[in-house]
Design a protein around this ligand. Structure first.
Ligand code: MUC
Ligand code: MG
Length: 390
């Protein structure tokens, strides 16, 4: 008999243990070590939702839904994420077989449109819980690892070139990061370029620099200032125009020999197909907050590759919990040309995992162990939990 998705009593005991018994979502507010500026927001703290998903096996898996500056980087906020999970998404999953990832993704889609960060956190927690129950790493549930380390990128985003040079040099000396992403768009383009020139001079001609304008330029700004980026040998220009301005991005991609990276403009596979058809970018930044889950991220990556785009492992300043989920997914992609920018655990005042990510020899390394391979830190979760207003 075709069962709607739960686990029929006739299934084996082992399969019954994979049934989702309980889900909780907790808002966490953690200060960052310094101000992190983007074109449309500036954060001194990171706000995330940590999901705990417990199976009949007794295993609890963890997932993380990140935001940046409230509903500013995208439309989700930690308040909307918690509400979507508590009211709509968790009820769609309770009692279901946690290992039926695709069926559960469809159930979540039927329960809520978009809400991708919320959905991805739930699927991540299920991957972690199933992995712990079956004593398998999440990568084994996602097709198996192709790579176990990733060239790492650090974001310079204080807006103060002298401080940024000092920060970059510290990471270079510690052999953590030797490639840097510089946030532009929160100052006038002329001032952005002066800061960028100082960073290029300070870091030398051989250091890979990319910029992220976070939708901050108009077409006219880009036409005026892209040549200056070219002169500074910038390796990638990320989302210079508004996400909906796909034709403008295609125009820039045609006019300049400067690879364009798509970020806020491309969330869904349909967005990728449109961007590919318009040739609106050369590289796609992959993020769970955009895809709604690991399996969807893999489909988006495949679509982007089919359109000739290279792939970049994006982030939203997640702690090691969310970062490990991304690395497990990125590890199973056939190609990941640009490595990853998962630096979140180092920008937070304190990481949310006891055993978190390892940064060594300018790479970040895939955590080892069942599920996501990391151990959440209950003390940190407690310390930074948002105290519900009475
Ligand atoms: C973004 O747009 O890339 C990722 C790194 C960073 O500094 O900002 C985020 C969002
Ligand atoms: Mg970006």
């Amino acid at each position: 008999m075709n069962h709607p998705g739960g686990i029929p009593a006739t299934r084996t005991a082992a399969q019954r243990t994979l049934r989702i018994r309980e889900i909780s979502a907790q808002i966490i507010d953690i200060p960052t070590r310094r101000q992190h500026k983007l074109s449309n927001t500036s954060v001194g703290a990171q706000n995330v939702v940590i999901v705990a998903l417990t199976l009949e096996s007794g295993a609890t898996g963890y997932g993380e839904a990140a935001t940046l500056g409230g509903p500013r980087w995208a439309e989700e906020s930690v308040e909307s994420i918690k509400s979507a999970i508590d009211r709509y998404l968790a009820p769609a999953l309770i009692g279901q077989d946690a290992s039926r990832f695709e069926a559960n993704h469809l159930r979540m889609t039927a329960a809520a449109t978009r809400n991708f960060a919320a959905k991805a956190a739930l699927e991540t927690a299920a991957l972690d819980a199933v992995g712990h129950t079956l004593d398998l790493p999440a990568t084994a549930l996602l097709g198996g690892e192709v790579r176990s380390s990733f060239a790492a990128i650090w974001a310079l985003a204080s807006g103060n070139a002298a401080q940024e040079l000092e920060e970059a040099r510290a990471h270079l000396d510690a052999r953590r990061f030797n490639r840097f992403k510089i946030k532009l768009g929160f100052s006038a383009p002329r001032d952005d370029l002066a800061r960028l020139r100082t960073l290029r001079d300070g870091l030398g001609p051989d250091t890979t620099l990319i910029v992220d304008v976070n939708q901050g330029w108009t077409q006219a700004d880009a036409l005026r200032w892209m040549p200056a980026l070219q002169e500074l040998d910038i390796a990638l220009v990320e989302q210079p125009l508004a996400g909906h301005h796909m034709r403008g991005m295609a125009d820039l991609a045609r006019r300049f020999d400067l690879p364009i990276m798509l970020d806020e403009g491309v969330f869904t596979p349909e967005d990728v197909a449109l961007a590919g058809a318009l040739e609106a970018g050369h590289v796609l930044s992959l993020k769970l907050v955009k895809s709604g889950g690991a399996f969807a991220l893999k489909r988006i990556a495949a679509t982007a590759s089919a359109h000739g785009m290279q792939l970049y492992g994006g982030c939203l300043l997640e702690s090691s919990i969310g970062a490990a989920a991304h690395l497990a997914t990125f590890a199973t992609l056939p190609a990941l040309d640009w490595g990853t920018e998962h630096f979140g655990p180092l920008i937070l005042e304190r990481d949310l995992a006891k055993s978190g990510l390892v940064y060594k020899d300018f790479h970040v390394h895939l955590p080892r162990g069942p599920g996501l391979g990391i151990t959440p830190d209950p003390d940190a979760l407690q310390a930074y939990a948002r105290k519900t207003t009475p």
